[in-house]
Design a protein around this ligand. Structure first.
Ligand code: HEC
Length: 132
């Protein structure tokens, strides 16, 4: 009887501990995952704009937000630590792809935006293959 109680107690304490660890991990990831999901939203929205050939209205704003958010990836994922060199490299690649979109492309010419978007998507995928 005593052993059974100890066993149940042990299992309960173990379950609480595990739940705490899972919770802590989830909270640690909340910021980078939130950042990534917002980037995803704006990236998908830009792709939709191009597909509908409507790049004048919202596209410049999506692009501006993506540029802004991309600047925060390292802080979000590494929480102030210095990122590994390859990670930094992938981050630079995304920023370069975002910067390579010519300013007036977004407002006048959807077709010219399509290859730029492919480069941006490729930069996202490249980092995800190694780090996600
Ligand atoms: C320099 C590296 C890097 C780049 C560039 C990058 N990501 Fe990520 N991404 C990550 C990492 C790391 C994770 C995993 C985050 C986690 O689970 O804590 C991730 C996860 C994600 C997720 C899943 C989030 C979740 O809820 O689990 C999405 C969506 C995403 N990224 C979208 C994007 C988009 C869109 C781009 C390009 C505009 C992009 N990412 C560029 C590193 C990167």
């Amino acid at each position: 009887m005593r052993n059974l109680i100890l066993l149940i107690l042990g299992m309960a304490i173990g379950a609480i501990g595990a739940a705490n660890i899972v919770n802590a991990l989830r909270q640690r990831d909340a910021y980078p995952r939130g950042l990534m999901n917002v980037m995803q939203y704006h990236y998908v929205a830009m792709r939709g704009d191009v597909r509908l050939n409507r790049c004048a209205v919202n596209t410049p704003q999506h692009l501006a937000i993506l540029r802004e958010l991309a600047g925060g990836i390292e802080t979000a994922v590494y929480a102030g630590d210095i990122p590994e060199p390859p990670f930094h490299e992938y981050d630079q690649r995304l920023r370069a792809a975002l910067d390579a979109v010519p300013a007036d492309t977004t407002s006048t010419d959807c077709a010219a935006l399509a290859p730029a978007l492919n480069r941006i998507g490729a930069a996202c995928d490249a980092c995800h293959r190694q780090y996600r």
